[in-house]
Design a protein around this ligand. Structure first.
Ligand SMILES: *[C@@H]1O[C@H](CO)[C@@H](O)[C@H](O)[C@H]1NC(C)=O
Ligand SMILES: *[C@@H]1O[C@H](CO)[C@@H](O)[C@H](O)[C@H]1NC(C)=O
Ligand SMILES: [Mn+2]
Length: 382
């Protein structure tokens, strides 16, 4: 019988925790993208499990590409793990990675095709890749697998590549484990394709992966529709997170014109954030100010997406933390016409010229469109 998912993750942990002299070298890792979204986290676990229990029977260690403290922010991952009888503490993160010599390791990249951050030193040890981003050309042509093609979810490519392996593993596993694996795999396929309805994203391989995985479910209580809805709901539930964690969860920074900008994206709007602490709306601004200080920002911005009463909305806040930054924010106001900004609650929460909150009527403009405008204003402040 194959290892259960939990036993497999425990074995991977033990392999990392072993004293250097007792390590079985080389260690083979399956690592996801540093954005560490559902797709990356699940794909690494599923692919590592399949390869470990497949024909070769050699341990593949799934590594979540983020520090341990950030894993708790991925609430949807916690929910998906729970459905597979696992918890975040079963996963391995960068925090558990010992100092290893590159030559003692092998790497399979999932959901990205060039190593980033602290893992870059292992670049020469990449043996393969499955990814749905643009090919950066850093992985030699002779590596296998070397699958890089557009797809809604990287997991769909993993499943497509591993169907034979899956059948072999399933034949030697208890059916309840196969179903857990199928649920783990199905989650990102449904989430990344918006239940297979996102026309520009969804590819035939997403459909065939979803079909394949749903075909593995014997549990009559399992309904993909309810499963999808439950994960979506958890993604938007930030009630258990502190303000700092909300600001950290989906955050990016830039330096431009000698100023530092940080933009946090939140899945709840200002109506929610300002009233998260009942009766004390300043808490939001106090904590946002603390976050700006911690990150040493000149400008902090918060963007929100929400759908109150079924209407999709975007809100935007920009806050200058010094004179130079105030000039940049005033410039931003002048050049941001395309965003169709309207004062949020008649400007009730604004500080003239320094801190402004809007409803953004241009619903197509995400951080990808808003950040260049802010950076432009930071660069040419007059
Ligand atoms: C990681 O994923 C993000 C989001 O999909 C993407 O923008 C980024 O390019 C990926 N990183 C690499 C190194 O592929
Ligand atoms: C998801 O897709 C299925 C199949 O197309 C459909 O029946 C269901 O209503 C969709 N669910 C949601 C929440 O969009
Ligand atoms: Mn992905």
């Amino acid at each position: 019988m194959n290892m259960t998912l939990r036993a497999f993750l425990a074995a991977a942990r033990a392999a990392l925790a072993a004293p250097p002299a007792e390590r079985t070298l080389p260690l083979t890792f399956v690592v996801g993208n540093e954005s560490a979204d559902l797709d990356s986290l699940c794909s690494a676990v599923v692919y590592a499990y399949l390869r470990t229990n497949g024909k070769q029977q050699s341990l593949h260690i799934p590594l979540s590409n983020l520090p341990r403290a950030d894993l708790a922010l991925r609430t949807e991952m916690t929910a998906v793990l729970k459905d597979a009888d696992l918890t975040p503490s079963d996963l391995l993160t960068l925090s558990e990675l010992p100092d290893l010599k590159p030559e003692d390791t092998r790497w399979l990249l999932i959901d990205h095709n060039s190593l980033t951050g602290p893992l870059r030193k292992f670049e020469s040890q990449v043996i393969g890749c499955i990814d749905h981003h643009v090919d950066e050309g850093t992985i030699p042509r002779d590596r296998s697998p070397r699958i890089i093609e557009p797809c809604g979810s990287c997991m769909s490519l993993v499943i497509e590549e591993s169907k034979k392996l899956w059948e072999a593993v399933a034949a030697g596993s208890h059916h309840s484990e196969v179903e857990k694996l199928a649920r783990l795999a199905l989650a990102p396929v449904l989430i990344d394709t918006i239940n297979l309805t996102a026309k520009d994203k969804t590819k035939p391989k997403d459909r065939s992966a979803a079909e394949f995985l749903q075909g593995k479910m014997r549990d009559e209580k399992f309904h993909p529709d309810a499963y999808y809805k439950a994960i979506e709901a958890v993604k938007e539930d930030i009630s258990e997170l502190s303000f700092r964690d909300i600001f950290r969860k989906d955050y990016k920074e830039w330096t431009e014109g000698g100023l530092r900008l940080g933009i946090s994206c939140a899945v709840q709007n200002f109506d929610y954030l300002l009233h998260k602490t009942k009766g004390y709306t300043d808490e939001f601004f106090d904590k946002l100010g603390d976050w700006a200080k911690e990150r040493e920002l000149d400008i902090i911005s918060v963007m929100t997406t929400s759908h109150p009463g079924g209407e999709f909305q975007r809100h935007l806040l920009v806050w200058a933390r010094g004179d130079e930054a105030i000039a940049a924010v005033q410039k931003f106001v002048k050049i941001s016409g395309a965003l169709e900004l309207q004062p949020y609650e008649d400007g009730k929460h604004d500080k003239a010229g320094q801190r402004l909150a809007w409803r953004q009527k241009n619903l197509a403009a995400s951080r990808k469109q808003v950040s260049p405008l802010l950076r432009e204003a930071m660069k040419c402040r007059t």
